[in-house]
Write a protein that binds this ligand. Structure first.
Ligand code: PNS
Length: 164
């Protein structure tokens, strides 16, 4: 049986920090499913379909990756249905930990068969968060170092749409 993990997140948009975490996860797990899930505290710039297509394009050269959208329901249930033994989460800074700790224990309560694995991205991405990337991009700043060229194009397109 293949070792399967899910990598959930809002990914609005998918950054090089997310890609770095995914590549690290692929050194441990043979298959990783990127799960686009809704965070009730966040409003997204890109639709779930746009994020799905974006991540499929960016991760195309990597083997062992697929992308799914969790339209409703719990992530812990989604992990069970997919047969995943692990949930991957990236932790950039100590301040991320409290929320991640809470979520991992709740997910374990909901599905005792799933273990959350925290991975630290390259230090260059410590301050890279989708929210700040969106804000800078929408204000015309250069975010090319932090996102894949395809994501940059999608951000530029979205920026134009919002201005028109
Ligand atoms: O990238 P984010 O916004 O930090 O990801 C948070 C996310 C989407 C993974 C989390 O909100 C989530 O798991 N949502 C799905 C619904 C769910 O299971 N919520 C309870 C989590 S304990």
């Amino acid at each position: 049986m293949k070792r399967l993990a899910i990598y959930p997140g809002t990914f609005d948009p998918f950054t090089n920090g997310h890609l770095d975490v995914l590549e690290r996860a692929l050194t441990i797990f043979e298959q990783v499913i990127v799960v686009i899930a809704e965070n009730s505290k966040k409003q997204t710039l890109f639709s779930a379909q746009e994020r799905c297509a974006m991540i499929e394009t960016v991760t195309e050269p990597l083997g062992g990756v697929s992308v799914e959208v969790l339209h409703s329901g719990l992530l812990a249930e989604c992990a069970r249905e997919m047969g995943a033994t692990a949930i991957i989460r990236g932790v950039r800074q100590v301040k991320d930990f409290e929320y991640e700790f809470q979520m991992s224990l709740l997910n374990r309560h909901l599905n005792p068969e799933v273990t959350t694995v925290f991975l630290m991205p390259n230090v260059n991405y410590t301050y890279v968060a989708s929210s700040i990337i969106k804000e800078v991009a929408m204000l015309g700043g250069d975010v090319s170092k932090f996102v894949h060229p395809h994501v940059l194009t999608m951000l530029e397109k979205k920026c134009m749409e919002q201005k028109s």
